[in-house]
Design a binder for this molecule. Structure first.
Ligand code: FES
Length: 88
């Protein structure tokens, strides 16, 4: 088992769903399911929250990969529920 995986198992995982304008337009509203269902599924191991603009959309605006989700320090571009769940 990798060190990273072991670390994740012992610490609470932070999932931040960007609800800023660009991410919302690009589909973050579809990620509301994470906010509503993941805490119930994973109990107190995962903390999911909706947050204002993460500032990522202005960095790569020309090739925007919104919506963005941050799982701990990892940025998930063009986030979907499936992509976020795989990253756990
Ligand atoms: S609106 Fe999501 S990163 Fe800016």
């Amino acid at each position: 088992m990798s060190t990273e995986r072991m670390k994740r198992m012992s610490q609470k995982i932070s999932v931040k769903v960007c609800l800023g304008t660009t991410c919302f337009v690009m589909g973050s509203s579809n990620l509301q399911e994470l906010i509503e269902t993941v805490p119930a599924k994973y109990g107190d191991k995962v903390e999911v929250s909706g947050v204002p603009c993460l500032g990522l959309c202005s960095i790569d605006w020309e090739f925007s990969k919104a919506p963005y989700v941050k799982v701990d320090d990892e940025v998930i571009k063009e986030a979907t529920v499936e992509k976020v769940l795989i990253s756990y």
